[in-house]
Design a protein around this ligand. Structure first.
Ligand SMILES: [Fe+2]
Ligand SMILES: [Fe+2]
Length: 193
């Protein structure tokens, strides 16, 4: 039970960190459009990007605590949230420019730069996240982290391992707070803890 509680606290802090760094993107009408498109299995592109940002942060915490490697977590979160900001349904034939797997990093980067304005690290994260399928070497450690997190989340979503629902719950909770909606019942969370 104690372990379960510790996990919940970790998840809560993680969601808070994610939301603090990425709320401008998460709450924007532009990013909300990603909810309309399916990514893997039943996961929307929005949910996938939140999950990738979450796992990228987890990897960053690990690197910072154990190996004392510093990570730019603001750019890490922004790049992860926008890494699949290609804005079309890739399951529909003809919607991608060429082969989706190869072309969507460039499309996502151009869309994200247009709508949110990116720095060099964020541009690199998005453009290189499909490495090694696309043969462009990631130039920053943040790009390597997001690329690894993306592959793990894609596997988890395809094989229906539930890694994102909890973070989605927490992020939605923060969104509700930001919107002034305090009528959330989290008694279930307390009971389980
Ligand atoms: Fe992608
Ligand atoms: Fe992805």
């Amino acid at each position: 039970m104690a372990l379960h509680f510790a996990k919940r606290i970790t998840e809560y802090r993680l969601a808070k960190d994610l939301f603090t760094r990425g709320k401008d993107i998460i709450l924007s009408p532009e990013a909300q459009v990603m909810k309309e498109f399916t990514q893997h299995g039943e996961t929307t592109v929005f949910e996938h990007c939140i999950a990738v940002a979450k796992f990228s942060l987890l990897i960053a915490y690990f690197l910072e605590r154990t190996l004392k490697i510093e990570v730019n977590k603001d750019s890490l979160v922004r790049g992860a949230l926008l890494h699949d900001y290609f804005l079309y349904d890739w399951h529909v034939k003809g919607s991608a420019q060429g082969l989706h797997g190869f072309t969507h990093p460039r499309v996502a980067k151009e869309n994200a730069d247009r709508d949110f304005g990116l720095n060099d690290i964020e541009r690199d994260i998005i453009a290189k996240h499909m490495f090694p399928l696309t043969p462009f070497l990631p130039m920053y450690r943040e790009s390597v982290i997001v690329s690894l997190a993306d592959k793990w989340c894609a596997l988890a979503e395809t094989f229906k391992i539930d890694v994102s629902s909890y973070i989605i719950y927490r992020v939605n909770f923060r969104i509700a707070l930001a919107n002034g909606d305090y009528s959330i019942d989290y008694g279930e969370t307390l009971a389980e803890a």
